[in-house]
Design a protein around this ligand. Sequence first.
Ligand code: 6PG
Length: 465
Amino acid sequence: MTTTFKKIGVVGAGSMGSGMTMLFAEHDLEPLLPLRARTLHARVHTFKEYTPFLEFLGGKSTRKLFVFSIPHGTAADKVLADIDEYLAQGDVILDGGNEWYENARRRQEALQPRGVSYISMGVSGGYQAARRGPSISASGDKEALDAVMPLLQRFAAKDPKTGAPCVANLGPSSCGHYVKMAHNGIEQGILGIVNEAWELLYKCMHLPLDDIATMWNKWGNEGELRRHFLINIGAEICGRHHPDGPPSHVLNEVQDKVVQDADDSEGTGIWSVAEAAKRHVSAPTIAAAHFFRIASADRAQRMKVVENVGQDLGAARKQQVEDGFRGQFSEDLRLAVYCATLASFAQGLNLIARASEDEGWGVCLATCMGIWREGCIIRSEYIADVLQPALEQSGAITNVLTLRVVGEELRRTVPALRRVVALGIEWNAHIPALGASLEYLKYCAGKHLPSQFMEAELDYFGAHL
Ligand code: 6PG
């Protein structure tokens, strides 16, 4: 199979689909975008109906290339049903949505006997990366993937150090979507960690937002947090002022609730937590950040509980701190953010390794770290520099906490995380992800756990022996 595709049919004109369409147009492909007539680029053709879209793409007799950028579940099933009549031997569908891996596998298996290759393709980096170059975790039919890989390599983000494209064929079946799900789990963990660091600085220590912006810009430029995307954008968010009117920060107008999309009763966060539990992988940083997020979303219920308790149990205590202490604490916090981020990575990678073993996918964790070097939300140059070479040397392992270099990093930074968590409790700050990361590291690297007693209790009432 050679790369003969000159046109690409993009289904889904949301921010990701539109961004990818523009990028394809700049990479010598003629993108066709159905269902939404909007002028995007001189080379982009838009259609309101499927039939002219499919005819323009080549009809029934020509091999066609599609990209889906649509919500998971029934949306993709509906699109497939709508285009079914036109699908033919040699067609390739790249499903770039956040799809549940079992849905992707089901579609692969249904289409494969007809010679249609359905590629499971995680796309990360938000709409800006969709426009500039995302990180791509792909899997499925090898021959079809080999055929489209040159295109994906041109289109993907590039590692700034080596220029390597952040895309790979991770293996068979739908492991591409599984890896994207785990990426989003890690992302949720880091979002929690960074959120908690911000509260400690802003709500407890009263650091002005512009000072936090300056501090995080420095953090994001060198050392353990260099090119840590969520710190980099955190600095921008803290420093953003309203362009008009009296000086004020945009951040101060954002409400304290993080809602999931109304129709998102499932989603990558929920799947990551459920998968970790199902596959017996400890992932408390990811789970704690997820549960914090969903509790934050229900503001009305929170207000009822505050009223019922008669006080705001979550009111962070303001601190009067000396300049010297501030410097020392911010250094501890920087290392604590790094250490907890490493814990979130360890959990997500552990989940991928366990699923890969269960399903026989053979996913290489070093390759995952390679494609997460640029374009995606969890990119963090230092962590990639620590994990990728060590994983390349170690061969197949399931838990990165067993890597020598990770042991050294934890020995060096856990004390800072411990001090930050202790102060967080004293200051009544919200530290679910930081606290869970510390506990995770304590029990994963613990010689004698109190579970001895739990086991005895279980034996006592349940004949657990
Ligand atoms: C990405 C992101 C993206 C994700 C959003 C928020 O890699 O570009 O992971 O895919 O959908 O970050 O997702 P939720 O609101 O569902 O957590």
